[in-house]
Write a protein that binds this ligand. Structure first.
Ligand SMILES: [Zn+2]
Length: 64
């Protein structure tokens, strides 16, 4: 089972990048890498954002 998360669903107005992972942890890791590379997050600000919003973040994950 592959999990996916679309950046746009996560609240970005323009980015439609989709991240994948086999586990929630892996998906979160990929999302973090994308956030850092594409959206100017640092590890710290990303963790802060997700830490506050983890429940919502989980709801955005799709299984395929
Ligand atoms: Zn993005």
């Amino acid at each position: 089972m592959t999990l996916s998360l679309n950046c746009k669903d996560a609240g970005d107005p323009v980015c439609t990048h989709t991240m994948y992972g086999e586990t929630e942890e892996e998906l979160l890791e990929n999302a973090k890498r994308h956030g850092i590379e594409a959206h100017g997050y640092t590890e710290e600000t990303f963790n802060e954002r997700i830490g506050k919003d983890k429940e919502n973040f989980r709801k955005l994950i799709k299984t395929a």
